[in-house]
Write a protein that binds this ligand. Structure first.
Ligand code: KIV
Ligand code: ZN
Length: 520
């Protein structure tokens, strides 16, 4: 079996998904879970693109011990210096330099000749090499680059010291056969290519990202770049869980395997979905809610007789639990704590105590508390945001013939409680107006999503909101058996993040004297 390394770019390319904006703490939380999943490399961000990205790369670099931590960098010295600054504390650091090579990008974006591109790529790799041994180079839009020129670029960056060549199909244009052929050509024509790692980075504009990644593996690449749940720019990147499961399920065909702990896939997918607010579609391969559901009578009959009739992956293989009904209102602290351990959470006594109170409250409202419910409660507060504001209560008066009116009581730093009421053009609108009055925070609601954690009318509802205030965009999440309460909690959570982010930006301004938010 060939070993395929997994390069996870959820925190960099994945975070470039429209509307996604993760805080440093959220990125560290995801990075720790990626380490548990067993990915080989974590691209933590693009250090030079903003002070926030710098801080995240640095925090991940300092925390992660068992994976290589990568920062993206343009092929310019000041970006490379910033990447190194952020990565200094990493056990295994790597700078990933990129420069576009396709005729379209050379002509319209870079306004550079082929010779200039060659010189800049080579100089950037040489410069990065003075900081560390592991350097990845990506010819951006390689998929639409002339193969002869791609061979020239590759030869130059290998000579300059690149240890991994990544071929990005930046706009998701290639078909599997064409994409595989790029690697066949490079391997035949570029001297020294056998001394470095070859990597594939595919986008999903035509829905071919996973197929192209698998074709690249057949053509000899040893590294696959992708994201959890396939999130990323536009239509996203190759979904790591799909690549891993294709290799696992079709070992006979691919003769290749990843080092992933597959049982961590469901948890990783859920965490990324919760923290990014990108809800996984029910029909999503491997991690969708319906991926293991059999609806038709013929299928159900077949699976009951012999599971392999219609199931090629067992849900347990990727960590979905088969034990659904668990605790109830008579369950004690001991059983609850055991359940947390069984679900893989390593929590302090104080955290368990706080969660137990929430669990009891939930068990009073909901007959059967499932594993999913417990995970939703834990993950609601996994990344601690300072609780500047907290919701004491929300009350709504609604009738189809009257104007919805909400009253909320919100505490500031656990002390000064303020009660406010407001009307709105719907219950949620009235709650949000009342919260804005109580907190004196004026924000813009960019997105609102609602999902249920389990089935049934007493299921927990999860609400995601995206708010903006003066250029700061954050996500908030709230969980409750009542969707209006979940809506209020999500709004307060997001406002707390805005307050925290404002504080961080103030600190950055004091330290750096300026702040740049360019994407690079
Ligand atoms: O898609 C792309 O080209 C990229 C590069 C920066 C590797 O994300
Ligand atoms: Zn990309």
């Amino acid at each position: 079996m060939r070993k395929i390394k997994i390069f996870d770019t959820t925190l960099r390319d994945g975070e470039q998904s429209p509307g996604v904006n993760l805080s440093t703490n959220e990125k560290v939380e995801i990075a720790l879970q990626l380490e548990r999943l067993g990915v080989d490399l974590i691209e933590a961000g693009f250090a030079a693109s903003s002070p926030g990205d710098f801080q995240s790369v640095q925090a991940v670099a300092n925390k992660i011990k068992n994976c290589t931590v990568v920062s993206l960098s343009r092929s310019v010295e000041k970006d490379i210096d910033r990447a190194w600054e952020a990565l200094k504390g990493a056990e295994n650091p790597c700078i990933h330099v990129f420069l576009a090579t396709s005729p379209i990008h050379r002509q319209y974006k870079l306004r550079m000749s082929k010779e200039e591109v060659l010189r800049q790529a080579e100089a950037a790799v040489r410069y990065a090499k003075k900081y560390m041994s592991e350097i990845e180079f990506s010819p951006e839009d390689a998929g639409r680059t002339e193969i002869d020129f791609l061979c020239e670029v590759t030869e130059r960056v290998i000579k300059a010291g690149a240890t991994r060549l990544n071929i990005p199909d930046t706009v998701g244009y290639k078909t599997p056969t064409e994409f595989a052929d790029i690697f066949v050509q490079l391997r035949q024509r570029v001297p020294g290519i056998e001394t470095i790692d070859l990597s594939a980075h595919c986008h999903d504009d035509l829905g071919l990202a996973v197929a192209n990644s698998l074709a690249a593996i057949q053509a000899g690449v040893t590294v696959i770049e992708g994201t959890i749940n396939g999130i990323g720019e536009r239509a996203g990147n190759a979904a790591i869980e799909e690549v891993a499961l294709a290799l696992e399920t079709r070992k006979d065909f691919y003769q290749a395997t990843t080092g992933l702990n597959l049982k961590e896939i469901a948890r990783t997918s859920r965490l990324v979905s919760r923290l990014t607010g990108m809800i996984v579609p029910g029909n999503k391969a491997v991690v969708g809610a319906n991926a293991f559901a059999h609806e038709s009578g013929i299928h159900q009959d077949g699976v009951l007789k012999e599971q392999t009739t219609y199931e090629i992956i067992r849900p347990e293989t990727v960590g979905f639990s088969s034990n659904k009904l668990v605790l109830g209102k008579h369950s004690g602290r001991h059983a609850f704590k055991d359940k947390l351990v069984e679900l893989g959470y390593d929590l302090t006594v104080e955290q368990v105590d706080k969660l137990f109170v929430k669990f009891k409250d939930l068990a009073d409202r909901k007959k059967n508390v499932t594993d999913e419910d417990i995970m939703a409660l834990v993950e609601e507060r996994l990344v601690d945001v300072p609780t500047t504001y907290s919701l004491d209560y929300v009350q709504v008066s609604y009738g189809s013939l009257s104007v919805p009116t909400a009253t909320v009581k919100v505490s500031y730093l656990g002390r000064e409680a303020k009660e406010e009421a407001a009307t709105g053009n719907g219950s949620v609108d009235s709650i949000y107006k009342a919260i804005e009055r109580a907190t004196q925070e004026s924000v813009e609601l960019l997105d609102y999503k609602i999902a249920s954690v389990t089935d049934g009318t007493d299921a927990l509802g999860e609400v995601y909101v995206r708010l903006r205030q003066n250029g700061i965009t954050v996500q908030g999440r709230g969980v409750s058996t009542d969707v209006l309460e979940a809506s209020a909690k999500a709004y307060i959570d997001a406002i707390n993040k805005i307050v925290a982010r404002r504080g961080d930006i103030k600190d950055e301004l004091e330290i750096t004297g300026n702040i740049s938010i360019s994407a690079g």
